[in-house]
Write a protein that binds this ligand. Sequence first.
Ligand code: FMN
Length: 198
Amino acid sequence: MKGNVIKLPAPSLKGDISLEEALAGRRSLREYSGDSLSLEEISQLLWAGQGITKDNLYRTAPSAGALYPLEVYLIAEKVEGLEPGLYHYIPKGHKVKLLKKGKLLKTLAEAALGQRAIHNCSAAFIITGVVKRTSKKYGERAEMYVHIEVGHAGQNILLQAEALGLGAVPMGAFYEERVKAKLGLEKEPFYIIPVGRK
Ligand SMILES: Cc1cc2nc3c(=O)[nH]c(=O)nc-3n(C[C@H](O)[C@H](O)[C@H](O)COP(=O)(O)O)c2cc1C
């Protein structure tokens, strides 16, 4: 770790199942075994969501004008090699930065109608966005574009979870202001995706 920044293991470009099998097998899962996730699995999931794949710019998910308005955060609670806390994913260099220490899933669940999946997952991904980055070029269409992009990134994480044999569920039912206040986030949270072992 260097100044609270942790370099993640390189993502793998080979998986155990085909894209078609991941599409066919993906199901929202809300109960998990409670076992820890590995740092490799977390690395793979973050890369699937927003990892850089070309020219130190282009990413796994498409983005209007390649402006990349999304920022992905991770609440790690049971992850080997990461102390519990809130992390920010940095696509350049494939790193995470520890922003806040502590077990934060209970706090997150409270801002999300107490949903059990958040209570019993091992880690939760929060996809946020900065509409301003896109509105500079696309004006009023930016908000819609950012929402579309959240869907791309979310589906990538869900399919990657399935390919790794993990359970996950996309969640939109939460109070945005409470999530921001409780975690100290400035960006707009759009999706919460708890992940755990099946
Ligand atoms: C925009 C959106 C918001 C959702 N919000 C929640 C949620 O807050 N809690 C939850 O348990 N599931 C949530 N879901 C998951 C849906 O319930 C689930 O996708 C649906 O039942 C279909 O099942 P499947 O994902 O297994 O295909 C959400 C799905 C979408 C697309």
